[in-house]
Design a protein. Sequence first.
Length: 320
Amino acid sequence: MKAILVREFGGPEVLKLEEIPTPRPAAGQVLVRIHAVGVNPYDTYMRNGVYAIKPPLPYTPGSDGAGVVEAVGQGVNKIKPGDRVYVAKTVTGAYAEYALTLESQVHPLPAKVTYAQGAGVWVPYGTAYHALYQCTRARAGETLLIHGASGGVGIAGVQMARAMGLIVLGTAGTEKGLELVKREGAHHVFDHTKPDYREQILKATGGLGADLILEMLANVNLGHDLKLLAPHGRVVVIGSRADVTISPRDIMTRRGSIHAFTLWGATEDEEKEIHAGLIAGLENGTLRPIIGKELPLAEAPRAHKEILEPGAFGKIVLVP
Ligand code: NAP
């Protein structure tokens, strides 16, 4: 099969398309013919060798994908060959024509969800679900700011929070991104490249601030977020690419709190709940992954460059 292999940590150019043996499922494993692969920012940090998880070399990147079950190992009874599935973590990596997974890592893909959309489920929607339902227990009627709403996690958060009954404020850095965030359910949108956008956010909350903030770029925004919080408000740090200075008084005076997590740390029980919730949302149409770009698998280096550039529009997906 064809697969992307990383033989040394480095820039996007270390992603090479190679011919390698197609794996076979052992007991408890599933072999999935991958039709679409979700590209996530963490794939680039891991490829650089700077991520908390440093896989042994060589490795095939990717935790997110969707396709059809090709074969199952002994003892697998949840799923059978021919089933449409999405993949949430793998044994051998999703940037490939076939990926080996554990039985617990494949989930039914509802009929109306395309493979490209299925590849955009696990990390983006799992993260939004964990942030809103499990980490902060968001409640209908609360005001939520999604700081970075135009990308994978942001759009997932907008759709989910809107369906939960929150008042959703979202930011993006381009006109196209702002339109998308609005279309997917945000009540108010703001351009995070404009100098006065934080005052605009405060104004839109009647000067009270947001009850909840999902933060995609904490190294730039965390200090400012604390000034945009309502009393007892919570910030969830989802993404950060460097250090940041904050004024603790901003959070003390509001009796606020800062939460943070990585999705890797979700427990087995939390994961079960996440998938049940996501599948229900995909089935009833409240969750609709948005695919901004589809590229051939061989163009993985380009996808890794573009995912870090401004101008997000949902997901970038690779097609093997
Ligand atoms: P993405 O699709 O690349 O989207 C990035 C988002 O950040 C876009 O909405 C982008 O907006 C926005 N952004 C750019 N500059 C910003 C600024 N100054 N202020 C606020 N937002 C800004 O990435 P993603 O998949 O949504 O992930 C977002 C971040 O969360 C990444 O850092 C990722 O590594 C992290 N993450 C963490 C977890 C976890 O487990 N903790 C899970 C998933 C993702 P424009 O492009 O419109 O400017």
